[in-house]
Design a protein. Structure first.
Length: 116
């Protein structure tokens, strides 16, 4: 786990959506939400709405940028949630018309409490 998200920081996390090893395009009319989850898929922080116009996003190639709100990550620590020591994953839900697809990041990251 190389990536660490510190509580209170607003960060943008890029997630590449794939299907069978290939980039999975996202319709520009889709509704995309994402959140930080533990291994049992319990929501730790979020959900946040993703937009195709976010800096760095390229939905035509399946690249979604998740706008992680620092307030939510701080609430994860003060709200009594259990933060897993073995890392978290990002879960992304794409709804396009009647179709709903949920994907989780392969790579884990650490959610850490800021000290200063």
């Amino acid at each position: 786990m190389a990536n660490v998200i510190y509580s209170g920081n607003d960060v943008a996390i890029s997630v590449q959506l794939t299907t069978n090893g290939s980039n999975a395009a996202v319709s520009l009319s889709a509704t995309v939400t994402a959140g930080i989850i533990d291994d049992s898929r319990t929501l730790i922080a979020g959900p946040w709405t993703c937009t195709s116009g976010a800096t760095g996003a390229d939905w035509t190639t399946g690249l979604v940028v998740v706008p992680v709100d620092g307030t939510d990550t701080t609430d994860a620590f003060t709200g009594g949630r259990t933060i897993p020591f073995n890392g978290c994953r990002m879960e992304v839900k794409v709804v396009s018309g009647a179709t709903s697809i949920t994907r989780r990041s392969n790579e884990k990251f650490q959610l850490a409490k800021a000290a200063v």
